[in-house]
Design a protein around this ligand. Structure first.
Ligand code: URA
Length: 413
């Protein structure tokens, strides 16, 4: 009979865990028999010692088995999805999900909340008053039948193992572990009954994978797991050396995504990632479509409004984003010299967003949707006095502290 003290001890020494031990940990933790503190210790041991490919597959499989696997055969259309490995300012899912659904594809998106220094799609979507992301399996399927798209979170039935491990990893600094990321991401995607999956593997200072080599390793394992389950899976590696798009923070990012879909107002880097993913999904799905037409005709925006309404949201906040509560204070960071923005420590920027209240530092923390950053310059030429970024905060003193810290995260030369 496995026992957690020994399991932690063995992993601490770098030994591979058996299938029975992995099953015991996942089932025991989901069932409430194993406490947070022991799993936290095990996660840290996994973080330092890693897991081999067999352990990673087993962990993913146990996560999948912890809940229900959807059966979507009665819903016409190819089932497709994308998932990001986590970035700063990454609002791509908010745009890609309705876009794919507007083209007739079915998008059963199980998403996540903020993780470590990165933001989460569910937290962003919930900036819109009324939006729900916790649905029963039957409700989730009904949303897909009626609207072809839903963005939902893990529940007691939908990958409950990922729900529990995700929350614990978020606040124990054990996110950037390859096996834990693979199990977390792929378990969510592999219960969705997908035909096609595209993974957006972020690489750079704001990503969990800081180097191209690490990103390629993660991408290749994610794809291998997806393909082994019979899903047409591919990965793209995209840049995360600077925040994606203009905004960081829940409401600010939702506004940016809405402006993208409704007004075609888009930052080049955000547009690039969105288009890369749309093209890759269509390619894997074997479909040739004039995908721009769906954006330009307003179909993508209309699908987003439909999604918000279907998930209980008040669409007047989408139609008039000025109604979304802004932060109490906006403080500017201006360039302190003329030159070039050489680099940004984008992970630090993500942590600073959490300090403002955009993310959690411990389990159960309430997040503040209104706070975050707007970046007016991320790379290239800058003149002394130009506004690099706005800091949106509810507390002025905190905003000023964050501005000083943000300055240290940006190199001008
Ligand atoms: N997204 C997830 O769902 N899980 C991770 O571990 C990282 C990104």
């Amino acid at each position: 009979m496995p026992n957690l003290k020994e399991i932690i001890e063995r992993k601490k020494r770098g030994e591979p865990l058996t299938d029975d031990e992995i099953a015991y940990v996942v089932r025991g933790y989901v069932g409430g028999e194993i406490p947070d503190y022991q799993v936290a210790a095990l996660l840290m041991a996994i973080y330092f010692r890693g897991m081999d490919e067999h352990e990673t597959f087993t962990l993913t499989c146990e996560f999948i088995k912890s809940g229900v696997t959807l059966e979507l055969d009665d819903i016409p259309g190819l089932k497709v999805d994308k998932h990001s490995t986590g970035g700063v300012g990454d609002k791509v899912s908010l745009i890609v999900a309705p876009w794919l659904a507007s083209m007739g594809l079915v998008v059963p998106m199980i998403s996540g909340r903020g993780l470590g220094h990165t933001g989460g799609t569910l937290d962003k979507l919930e900036s819109i008053p009324g939006v729900r992301t916790d649905f029963t399996v039957e409700e989730f399927k009904q949303l897909l039948r009626d609207h072809r798209v839903a963005i939902v979170g893990q529940t007691d039935d939908i990958v409950p193992a990922d729900r529990k491990f995700y929350e614990l990893r978020d606040i124990t600094s054990t996110v950037d572990s390859l096996p834990l990321m693979v199990a977390s991401i792929m378990s969510k995607k592999l219960v969705e009954d997908l035909d096609v999956l595209v993974l957006d593997v972020k690489c750079g200072t704001g990503a969990f994978m800081k180097t191209r080599n690490a990103a390629e390793q993660l991408a290749s394992l994610l794809v291998k797991v997806g393909q082994s389950y019979g899903v047409k899976t591919d990965a793209v590696i995209t840049n995360m050396d600077v925040p994606l798009g203009r905004c960081v923070g829940n409401t600010l990012e939702v506004k940016e995504a809405i402006e993208f879909m409704r007004d075609g107002k888009m930052e080049e880097d955000l547009k690039h990632v969105v288009i890369t993913i749309i093209e890759r999904v269509l390619e894997l799905a074997g479909m040739e479509l004039d995908y721009w037409w769906y954006l330009e005709s307003g179909a993508v925006y209309e699908k987003f409004v439909e999604l918000v309404a279907a998930q209980g949201g008040d669409t007047s906040y989408v139609e008039d984003t000025g109604k979304l509560r802004p932060a109490n204070h906006v403080v500017e960071l201006r360039a302190w010299e003329t030159g070039n923005i050489l680099s940004m420590d984008t992970e630090r920027i993500g942590w600073l967003a959490n300090h403002l209240g955009a993310g959690r530092f411990k389990k159960g923390d309430k997040i503040n949707h209104a706070v975050g950053f707007v970046f007016w310059h991320k790379t290239g030429d800058i003149h002394r006095g130009d506004v690099i970024a706005e800091i949106h905060a509810d507390d002025r003193e905190l905003a000023e502290w964050v501005r000083d810290e943000l300055r240290k995260a940006i190199r001008i030369g």
